[in-house]
Design a protein around this ligand. Structure first.
Ligand code: HEM
Length: 471
């Protein structure tokens, strides 16, 4: 009889373990793709760099941009699983000062965040560093977007080293906001791509070309900064990559050194005393000497000149990072603040030659982040999202219920076994250690521990970014 009881207890224990394992089985992770991370590092540090002490400068690159004085990183990729977001972003910001004694690149930041706390990692001169602990803002997962708005950031010990000890660990840094879109699986389609949507080269005639141009970094900073207090919008086929605008549907003719391409789209800057729309640019080059013109207030104006030969790479005629300078004709467009010959932002011109040739991706800022509602905790939003999107594994609900039933049964059996043993001990007077079986009161702690094993943060990537700064 005792063997039968032991067998029953053993079977129940096995069932319980199986249930807990099922419970611990992670829900399938949501893939994240496209989004932005905004972080100003520390306002006083930015002032120090460009001020009279360090007499330095700040540059951004690889698609990072400045927005309201802060740095915006782009093209999120990562996962959202069991309430934890693990997201990588792209772009770099470079601080230089004290004649080069201070030489610091922060690149490709990433975040790990659950509930209302997390960690910010940054590649510091190529080494991935846990820079700051984040807290105080709830992770919001709703409307197909995962976001955190204004998390307080405090410097870690490793982060303090990046600042050569000028800040102590625990130093408050600028707050961090980030968002990323939940990627939607593209629908399977057997249809051939339509002619209008694909590139097509017949002789020198081409379609599907793009031109990327940020206008000028200091112009964007001026428009979005305190003075103009404005913003920009894109329309009619133009796209906003943060620091770069893309004009698409370029059509015309192209060979390596001679090309004429008309693009579509508008980027419109507005703010105090600012009202400038740049529409439908045309790029024209003869023997590699080119001009980019656009419609400005109803007139076509040559905006910048450049020198570029297109080189075929993977079916795309490409010229990237092409330096440009302002033309004489464009000086009035910017109110006379820039002179003819002043450097403007570089261009990228990409002309696909075959239908399956892919032009370089534009930095993907994702959707505008959803405003976080203070009164709505993240858990509630998650549950809502789970029911509407069916993203959570149903075992999350079924398995715990089964586990509780099994635990209850196991506890009852153990109690019976213990009572019998107790009686046996009383009758036989043999010393014996009582089994340390869990009581119902122990259950939450155990299940909590099982739950913890689910949150398994991603391994840090050993790769550093390419510090391809123009210096
Ligand atoms: C020639 C070498 C350097 C000199 C002479 C120097 C000098 C100074 C001085 C005088 C200050 C005080 C500024 C103030 O109170 O307004 C300062 C602040 C600071 N320095 Fe440097 N520094 C040097 C190199 C560096 C390096 C390599 C770093 C590394 C990132 C660094 C990071 C900082 C930081 C984080 C602050 C505090 C900025 C703030 O938030 O106000 N410095 N430095």
């Amino acid at each position: 009889m005792p063997q039968a009881l032991a067998r029953t207890a053993g079977a129940l224990t096995a069932l319980m373990v199986a249930s807990l394992l099922l419970w611990a089985a992670p829900a399938s992770a949501d893939e994240l793709s496209g989004g932005r991370l905004d972080w100003g590092v520390k306002e006083s540090f930015r002032s120090y760099i460009t001020g009279p002490i360090a007499q330095g400068e700040v540059q951004t690159g690889d698609g990072a941009s400045t927005v309201d004085g802060e740095y915006r990183f782009h093209s999120a990729s990562g996962t959202y699983e069991d309430g934890t977001a693990v997201v990588d972003y792209q772009g770099w910001v470079y601080f230089w000062g004290h004649d080069g004694e201070l030489d610091l690149t922060f690149a490709n930041p990433s975040v790990e965040y659950s509930g209302s706390s997390g960690t910010l990692y940054v590649y510091v001169n190529g080494s991935r560093t846990d820079m700051a602990t984040l807290s105080g803002a709830s992770l919001d997962a709703s409307g197909g977007t995962v976001s955190v708005s204004g998390a307080a950031a405090t410097l870690t010990t490793n982060g303090a080293e990046a600042f050569a000890g000028y800040y102590e660990p625990g130093q408050e840094l600028d707050p961090v906001s980030f968002s990323a879109d939940v990627a939607v699986e593209p629908e399977e389609t057997t249809e051939e791509p339509t002619e209008t949507a694909s590139a097509e080269a017949a002789g020198d005639a081409v379609t599907g070309a793009v031109v990327d141009w940020g206008v000028r970094t200091s112009w964007r900073d001026y428009v979005s900064g305190d003075i103009a207090d404005g913003s920009w919008t894109v329309a009619d086929g133009a796209a906003d990559g943060g620091a770069i605008f893309r004009f698409a549907e370029g059509a015309g003719t192209a060979t390596a050194a001679d090309y004429q391409l008309a693009f579509q789209g508008t980027v419109a800057f507005t703010g105090t005393n600012v009202d400038l729309a740049i529409t439908d640019p045309v790029v024209t080059a003869a023997d590699g000497q080119g001009v980019l013109s656009a419609e400005v207030a109803g007139t076509r104006v040559d905006l910048v000149s450049f020198e570029a030969t297109l080189v075929e790479t993977d079916g795309v005629l490409l010229a990237a990072d092409v330096p440009t300078v302002l033309t004489e004709a464009a000086v009035p467009v910017f109110g006379g603040y820039y002179q003819a010959g002043d450097p403007m932002d570089p261009l990228l011109i990409a002309v696909p030659l075959t239908a399956d040739a892919a032009v370089p991706a534009l930095p993907d800022l994702g959707s505008d982040p959803v405003e976080t509602s203070e009164s709505e905790p993240a858990e509630v939003v998650d549950a809502d999202r789970a029911s509407s999107e069916g993203g959570l594994n149903p075992l999350v609900w079924i398995a715990p219920a089964a586990a509780l039933l099994v635990l209850g049964a196991a506890a009852a059996v153990v109690a019976v076994v213990q009572r019998r043993k107790h009686r046996q001990r009383e009758t036989e007077a043999t010393p014996e250690t009582a089994p340390s079986a869990g009581t119902p009161e122990d259950t939450p702690a155990e299940t909590g521990a099982a739950d913890e094993t689910v949150a398994d943060p991603a391994e840090p990537s050993p790769e550093g970014p390419e510090n391809d700064k123009e210096r």
